[in-house]
Design a protein around this ligand. Structure first.
Ligand SMILES: C[S@@+](CC[C@H](N)C(=O)[O-])C[C@H]1O[C@@H](n2cnc3c(N)ncnc32)[C@H](O)[C@@H]1O
Length: 355
């Protein structure tokens, strides 16, 4: 089976509990990073892109216990994800009591949603990602025609709700032969939230079928202590998950670091350049890096055929400066051949751009 997307206008009605709405940023006025293109001299203050393999990332999560919650997107579709308190709990349990160091210190999150070029908001879910999920939910249908989208790339994925929605469909509908590439600026975002969210969604889908319960429970050291919406990433759980992916020919890979030629090369090495759906939500807020995102998505699209981009964005990021008009102006000036369509959300200041 493969995917088919029909691009239609839609009524976007979303429950937005626990979603980041307006970015609060600690602005560093001395920061002079402004990049006009991917070919500019690379500034030292942006993290370099690197490939991260699923196995490597999974091995760093062995024996971590995950707790998750669900909320309704609409009457039929649920969003299932790890909450920030559970991430903080993992960080605390991984900190070394002898040196009092933490793998990552998230104290800044109490006052800032972003720290420019350091942490760019990936641990929390931003509201336009829900517009994108809702859109996929309304346009997604199973289809076995050849030549359709079978590669999903999400850039600036963070909690990765759009990819999770598609992964859920992949698991639920027993879709085979599909590749996912999840990219985020921070490695710890991929490790602490993106990958856990994938595992949570797989676990929740598997455990909901009576025939899988015994085998899933056998991966837990004390099956008698199994609690709803919680499980441990045991070695046996990892094996089961990897076997499932292998037997269905589902590839999931990751890349950390900035939008760049290096990132494009990593993605191109991981997946062939056709039938790609390139997703990105809330990634043009920063005028300094918006040209990098624009060039990255356009090169990923134009490197092959039958590739589509969907960008979910606020029309204006008050206080930060990025905006849809500047994005479209850049798109038209640099990629004059490309066609695009803007779908306005019924929430003010939000749009989807299809390219
Ligand atoms: C505002 S968050 C949005 C997260 C998620 N897409 C959502 O909508 O919930 C921006 C995301 O883009 C990523 N990001 C920001 N600047 C980046 C850059 N220069 N290169 C790569 N990723 C970047 C961040 O790590 C973060 O996950």
């Amino acid at each position: 089976m493969s995917f088919q997307f029909n691009f239609e206008d839609s009524d976007l009605e979303i429950d937005e509990t626990n979603i980041v709405q307006i970015p609060h940023q600690s602005v560093d006025s001395n920061n002079t990073t402004t990049l006009k293109s991917l070919d500019s001299n690379w500034p030292v203050d942006l993290i370099k892109a690197e490939s991260l393999k699923l196995n490597e990332l999974l091995s760093t999560l062995k024996d971590v216990r995950l707790t998750y919650s669900k909320f309704k997107l609409n009457s039929e579709t649920e969003i299932i994800r790890r909450e920030l308190y559970d991430i903080r709990h993992q960080i605390m349990s991984e900190s070394d009591p002898t040196t009092n160091t933490e793998v990552v210190n998230l104290d800044f999150l109490d006052k800032d949603d972003l720290l420019k070029n350091v942490y760019e908001g990936g641990l929390t879910t931003w509201e336009c990602s829900l517009d994108l999920v809702k859109y996929l939910d309304q346009t997604f249908s199973k289809n076995s025609e050849n030549g359709k989208i079978n590669k999903i790339i999400e850039l600036g994925c963070g909690t990765a709700l759009p990819s999770l929605y598609l992964l859920n469909q992949t698991f639920k509908n027993k879709v085979q032969n599909i590749d996912y590439m999840l990219c985020d600026y921070n490695e710890y975002v991929l490790r602490l939230v993106t990958l856990p969210n994938i595992l949570i969604n797989w676990y929740d889908e598997m455990i909901s079928h009576a025939e899988n319960v015994e085998i899933i429970n056998s991966t837990q050291e004390q099956p008698e202590n199994i609690v709803e919406n919680e499980f441990t990433i045991s070695a046996a759980f990892i094996d089961l998950f990897i076997n499932y992916l292998n037997s269905n020919n589902i590839q999931i890979n990751f890349a950390k670091g900035s939008w760049s030629n290096d990132l494009i090369n990593i993605i191109d090495q991981n997946m062939s350049p056709e039938n790609r759906l390139i997703l990105t939500s809330e990634t043009i807020y920063q005028p300094d890096t918006m040209p990098l995102l624009t060039e990255t998505i356009m090169k990923l699209k134009e490197n092959g055929s039958n590739n589509k981009i969907i960008l979910a964005t606020k029309d204006i990021y008050f206080g930060v400066g990025g905006n849809l008009v500047d994005f479209i102006t850049l798109l038209k000036s640099k990629y004059s051949q490309s066609t695009y369509q803007i779908i306005k959300s019924d929430k003010s200041n939000r749009s989807l751009v299809m390219i």
